[in-house]
Design a protein around this ligand. Structure first.
Ligand SMILES: Nc1nc2c(ncn2[C@@H]2O[C@H](COP(=O)(O)OP(=O)(O)OP(=O)(O)O)[C@@H](O)[C@H]2O)c(=O)[nH]1
Length: 302
C-alpha cells in the first residue's frame, strides 16, 4: 500500500510519516499540492491512500482533494483530510468534495494507523472488484470491455509518440470450434479455450494485451511493425497448432485463424471499432481461404 502525505509543516510530516511506517506501508511525501499532483500523476508512484493537510500555502487541501478526484484515476485513492481547525463545517466540506475520512490534529497514532488500515481495506476491495470486472472468468485473460479500454489507451499513446512507431491489432478465432463442442462436449471445449488462451499469452510479451473477445474469439494488441507482426503471428500460429491438446485419453489438434492490421500514428484519428472491423474482415478472408493461417496488412492499405 502506497501512502502519500501532503503537508507543508516539517514537524507534522515527521510525526505522520512515523505512523505510516509503523503501519508498514510505503511512504511518499509532498510539501505542496503541486508536488503531490506530480507524484499522483506518475504511474510508478500513484498512491492508494493520500493524507492531505487542509492548510497549505499554494493550493489548500480542499482544492487538492477536488483536483485529485477530477483526475479520474484507475484506482480511486482513499483520501484522509487532516486539520487543526475543528469547525464542524470544515469536516462536512472536506467530505463533500471527496475526502473519505477526516482527522483532527493532534493526531493520535494508534487511531490514525487504524484509519489507514480502513483505507487499505477499501482500496483492496475496489481493486478486487476492478479485477473481476476486467477479467474473463474462464481464461483469466482480459474481457472484451477491458480489451477495448486497453486498446484505446495504446492508441492514445501511439498518437502522441515522437518517433515513428506502429502497433498491431489482431483478431483470432479457433477453427471449427463448434465441432469440438459437438463431438467432445462443452467441458472439453472450455478446456481448449483455457489452453489456447495460455498458448497465446505465452507467445507475446507480458506488457502486450491479450483478451478473450467473444466465445472463441481473441484479441491481441502489441507494438509491432508489419514485419514484426508477421513474426508474432507465425509464432502464434505455431504455438496454437504445433502440439496436440491432451485431456486424459483424448488428443486433439486445434488450429486458429488470425486477421491483423498494423496501425501507424497517422491512422490514430480512426475509431477503435474501425481497426477491429478491418482485422475481422481479414480474419474471415483467412477462414474462407482454408483457415489455420493469418493475414496482416497496414490499416491504411485495407
Ligand atoms: N465450450 C464453449 N463453447 C463456446 C463458448 N463460447 C462460445 N462457444 C461455442 O463456440 C462455437 C462457435 O461456433 P461457430 O461460430 O460456428 O464457429 P466454428 O465452429 O469455430 O467455425 P469457424 O469459425 O468457421 O471455423 C459455438 O458452438 C459456441 O457454442 C464457451 O465459453 N465455451
Amino acid at each position: 500500500m502506497h501512502v502519500l502525505i501532503v503537508d507543508d509543516n516539517e514537524i507534522d510530516i515527521i510525526t505522520t510519516s512515523s505512523f505510516v511506517q509503523k503501519a508498514e506501508m510505503n511512504l511518499f511525501v509532498a510539501d505542496s499540492a503541486t508536488k503531490a499532483l506530480e507524484i499522483i500523476s506518475n504511474r510508478e508512484t500513484t498512491p492508494e491512500i493520500i493524507v492531505v493537510d487542509w492548510m497549505m500555502p499554494d493550493v489548500n487541501g480542499l482544492e487538492l482533494c477536488q483536483k485529485i478526484r477530477a483526475l479520474n484515476l484507475a484506482v480511486t485513492p482513499y483520501i484522509i483530510m487532516v486539520t487543526s481547525n475543528s469547525l464542524g463545517q470544515i469536516e462536512q466540506k472536506a467530505l463533500d468534495v471527496g475526502a473519505d475520512d477526516f482527522i483532527e490534529k493532534p493526531i493520535h497514532g494508534a487511531v490514525f494507523i487504524a484509519r489507514l488500515r480502513v483505507g487499505a481495506r477499501i482500496v483492496e476491495m475496489q481493486k478486487k472488484l476492478l479485477s473481476l470486472a476486467h477479467t474473463d472468468e474462464l481464461t483469466g485473460l482480459l474481457n472484451r470491455r477491458a480489451a477495448i479500454k486497453a486498446c484505446k489507451a495504446h492508441i492514445v499513446r501511439l498518437s502522441r509518440a515522437d518517433m515513428p512507431l506502429s502497433h498491431c491489432l489482431i483478431i483470432s478465432d479457433i477453427d471449427f470450434f463448434k465441432s469440438i463442442n459437438d463431438t467432445y462436449g462443452h467441458q472439453i471445449g472450455d478446456r481448449v479455450l483455457v489452453d489456447v488462451a495460455k498458448r497465446m499469452r505465452n507467445s507475446i510479451r507480458p506488457f502486450e494485451t491479450a483478451a478473450r473477445f467473444g466465445g472463441e474469439e481473441f484479441l491481441i494488441y502489441c507494438e509491432a511493425t508489419e514485419e514484426e507482426a508477421e513474426l508474432i503471428l507465425s509464432r502464434m500460429l505455431k504455438a496454437i497448432s504445433s502440439s496436440p491438446y491432451i485431456y486424459n485419453d483424448l488428443s486433439l489438434n486445434v488450429t486458429m485463424s488470425f486477421g491483423g492490421v498494423v496501425i501507424s500514428k497517422h491512422d490514430t484519428q480512426h475509431n477503435i471499432n474501425d481497426f477491429i472491423k478491418k482485422a475481422d474482415n481479414l480474419l474471415y478472408e483467412v477462414k474462407n481461404n482454408g483457415r489455420n493461417n493469418y493475414k496482416v496488412v497496414p490499416f491504411s492499405s485495407v
